[in-house]
Design a protein around this ligand. Structure first.
Ligand SMILES: [Zn+2]
Length: 271
């Protein structure tokens, strides 16, 4: 649940301007390919943001209709996964979840989907957009599902130039969705070498695991999944230098991002 008064610290290490943008973010949009992607990649960060009073919205691009491991219940898999994502979002303090309805496994950076993402960005006008990375992580191909790469490409193309170009996708302006300059893009599940921001999720680990548990249709081995997620977050925390801030203590668990400043003080606007 979101509670406005909670200003619990959001500890980060890495790019300090990105850390500051995350700490001060009031509106955040998360765009991902399948129901559950956000909970694996950024669930602890989202829970920390909503606890600090940020409004977080989800846009899920595909239906996740190729997910799961059981022949049973295939006819209702789309609704099952939507319901799982809505419940997981509720646990993370996220109240707005939208589904773009693309087919699982077939996501491409088409103008139709890019326009859908631009519309969401112009409507929400987020301080930060979180999404999957468009580049492959060769040490974990499972993080780099083709739909994840397509999602990253869609969001990156939407972030520049389309969202800030008033003449891109003219029908959006006719609907009252004016151009908007996005400050920050934080991408997860990308190549290890591009990580430049780590978020301490030690305090929101339980919330992350609770949200992950909700995606029952996707976990043949829930206990194994939890252990593997915790081990991954611990390894990510161990690879950061947690010597920033007054407390000067290491993080136990961390989520990693490639933070990209789309529009900062020195950005020269041009198309
Ligand atoms: Zn996925």
């Amino acid at each position: 649940m979101a509670h406005d008064a909670d200003r619990s610290p959001l500890r980060c290490t890495g790019l300090s301007a990105a850390a500051e943008a995350l700490r001060s973010a009031r509106r955040v949009l998360v765009v991902f390919a399948h129901p559950d992607d956000v909970d694996f990649g950024a669930g602890g960060t989202v829970a920390a943001l909503t606890r600090r009073g940020a409004e977080v919205s989800y846009l899920v691009l595909t239906d996740g209709d190729a997910g799961g491991f059981e022949d049973e219940g295939r006819e209702s898999i789309v609704e099952t996964r939507r319901e799982e994502q809505r419940r997981a979002a509720g646990l993370a303090g996220v109240s707005r979840v939208e589904f773009a309805g693309e087919r699982d496994g077939f996501l491409e950076p088409s103008h139709r989907v890019i326009e859908r993402v631009v519309a969401a960005m112009r409507e929400i006008r987020p301080d930060v957009v979180l999404s999957l990375h468009p580049e492959r992580n060769w040490s974990s191909l499972h993080k780099s599902h083709p739909d994840h790469l397509a999602c990253g490409e869609i969001v990156t193309r939407a972030a520049f130039p389309a969202v800030e170009n008033a003449y891109a996708y003219p029908s959006l302006r006719e609907r009252g969705l004016e151009a908007y300059r996005l400050p920050w893009l934080l991408l997860f599940a990308g190549p290890d070498a591009l990580v430049n921001l780590r978020v301490d999720v030690t305090e929101t680990l339980d919330a992350k695991l609770e949200a992950l548990d909700v995606h029952l249709s996707q976990h043949p081995d829930p206990e194994g999944m939890r252990e593997s997620v915790k081990a991954g977050l611990a390894a990510q925390a161990a690879s950061g230098r947690w010597d920033e801030g007054p407390e000067d203590r290491p993080a136990e668990f961390a989520e990693e991002f490639h933070a990209v400043c789309v529009n900062g003080e020195g950005t020269f606007a041009g198309f």
